[in-house]
Write a protein that binds this ligand. Structure first.
Ligand code: UD1
Ligand code: CA
Length: 462
């Protein structure tokens, strides 16, 4: 068995991000940039991942461990003396069983696992001690150039700052992704010095060493998915690219997704979903088949069942919505709410930590906080669950089939019994028994002729 380990370089400061947050923790499509690199390495068949950390290493280690646990180990590079020095630091954590080492960066989130898989194959095919990805770019500024011999075989990488004018014209560049035999790598890193334009230990010197020790395998790849993120403009361009790639994935899997929709990496969508323009799907949101998410909805960690209709501009955060329910337009579901099958939540209705039972309805202008609403109950327009007394939150319970008249205030803790009624405009402070009618409002009084008398008294005399 060929044990494989990936070393991911992520010790750099990322000065151009102009940020206190380490560069690799900036989010791209919902997850930290470095998570993309790690996922790709694992998906490409890496048994272990070593992340070389330096700047902001505590924060980076914490975020990575929270997502990947033991699968990622860390090597510390205290001083950033170049990419070869970083790999040397990483080698101390590569397990003894690894015979092959893949090397990538933590700031290239678009690199697909497929490219790494093919890189590994390219080395296997060539039998070379090292293989690398190469790519053609229109503007090679800043990249290491790929230099070749007369036969076209890779002979060396020359860093931009060390290039002659002729070498600068080369547009085939090094994106920084390699795979090497472990023994070759361990034996060669020590041979790399730092006499160059930047006084750094260049990992790229490895290429020249490999060229004279059995050759360099090559995989040519398109540049768009290999680009790194160095500033926040590149971060935005990268995110736009990934959102597009994610949306296309869902389209090919059988969902209709409008252009410009922002779908994060961890979102899961069954086939047969329809998503309108300007929708934002964040975190671990999931959508069941047949569901429609219309224009402008924002969902975060929302679990949405099948055949749900989310009308425009509905917001859902950390909630469950079951099969056949309808929400919106302009509904607001706050954390820990559950909308059961077939229930309706209409415009300007806010739920917080509230369970709306099967087929229950709250169609207009209501605040339902800390509530338990039974099946088939009807909550009239303007209903408020008065859940907070200034110190603690209390529960409002509405049993099956109850009907709450419009503009009622239900002062929790309170229970409205099964199939009972609450008259419009009531302030309910005591429990209502099953099948009863509660009316808690001032009695209406009609003063006959009062309007006429007022007009006579105040209307200007002619
Ligand atoms: C490197 C390559 C260059 C290639 C380019 C692609 C070298 C010498 N040059 O150049 O050929 O075209 O990447 O983007 O390798 N890092 C560390 N520790 C260090 C130095 C770097 O962890 O001491 C990490 C950085 O955080 C970064 C990555 O390695 O993620 C690349 O470093 P960077 O300084 O951006 O390399 P380049 O000079 O761009
Ligand atoms: Ca770079």
């Amino acid at each position: 068995m060929n044990g494989r380990c990936t070393i991911i370089l992520a010790a750099g400061q990322g000065t151009r991000m102009k940020s206190a947050l380490p560069k690799v923790l900036h989010r791209v499509a919902g997850v930290a940039m470095v998570h993309w690199s790690i996922e790709a390495a694992l998906a490409a068949g890496s048994d272990d991942v070593v992340l070389v950390v330096g700047h902001g290493r505590e924060a980076v280690a914490e975020a990575v461990t929270a997502r990947f646990g033991e699968r990622v180990r860390f090597a510390v590079q205290t001083e950033q003396r170049g990419t070869a020095d970083a790999v040397r630091a990483g080698m101390t954590e590569v397990p003894a069983t690894a015979t092959e080492v893949l090397i990538t960066y933590g700031d290239v989130p678009c690199v697909p696992a497929e490219a790494l898989r093919q890189l590994i194959e390219a080395r296997a095919r060539s039998g070379a001690p090292l293989a690398m990805i190469t790519t053609e770019v229109s503007d090679p500024t800043g990249y290491g150039r790929v230099l070749r011999d007369e036969a076209g075989a890779i002979r060396a990488i020359r860093e931009h700052k060390d290039c002659s004018p002729d070498e600068r014209a080369v547009r085939c560049v090094n994106p920084g992704l390699y795979v090497a035999g472990r023994e070759f790598l361990a034996g060669s890193l020590g041979k790399i010095g730092s006499t160059n334009a930047q006084g750094e230990f260049y990992l790229t010197d490895l290429v020249e060493i490999a060229a004279s020790a059995g050759g360099v395998g090559e995989l040519a790849w398109e540049p768009i998915s290999l680009r790194g993120v160095n500033d926040r403009a590149e971060l935005a361009a990268t995110e736009a690219y990934l959102w597009q790639r994610i949306a296309d994935g869902h389209r090919r899997a059988g969902s209709t997704v409008a252009p410009g929709v922002c779908i994060d990496r961890d979102v899961t969508i069954e086939a047969g979903v329809t998503i309108g323009p300007n929708v934002v799907l964040r975190g671990a949101t999931s959508l069941g088949s047949g569901t429609t998410v219309d224009a402008g909805c924002v969902l975060e960690d929302a679990s949405i069942g099948r055949d749900v209709l989310l009308k425009p501009y509905t917001l859902v955060t950390r909630c469950e919505v079951h099969e056949g329910a309808q929400l919106g337009p302009f509904a607001h579901l706050r954390p820990e709410s559950v909308v059961e099958a077939g229930a309706h939540v209409g415009n300007f209705v806010e739920l917080k930590k509230t369970r709306l039972g099967k087929g229950a309805k709250a169609n207009h202008l209501a605040y339902l906080g800390d509530g338990v609403v039974g099946p088939k109950a009807n909550i009239g327009a303007g209903t408020i669950f008065c859940n907070y007394d200034g110190f603690r939150k209390h529960v409002t319970t509405i049993e099956e089939g109850a009907f709450i008249g419009s503009n009622s205030s239900l002062v929790a803790p309170v229970t409205i019994g099964k199939n009972s009624y609450v008259g419009s405009g009531s302030v309910v402070t005591r429990d209502v028994p099953e099948d009863a009618l509660a009316i808690g409002r001032a009695k209406q009084e009609n003063k006959e002729g009062y309007g006429k008398r007022l007009r006579e008294r105040f209307a200007p005399k002619r």
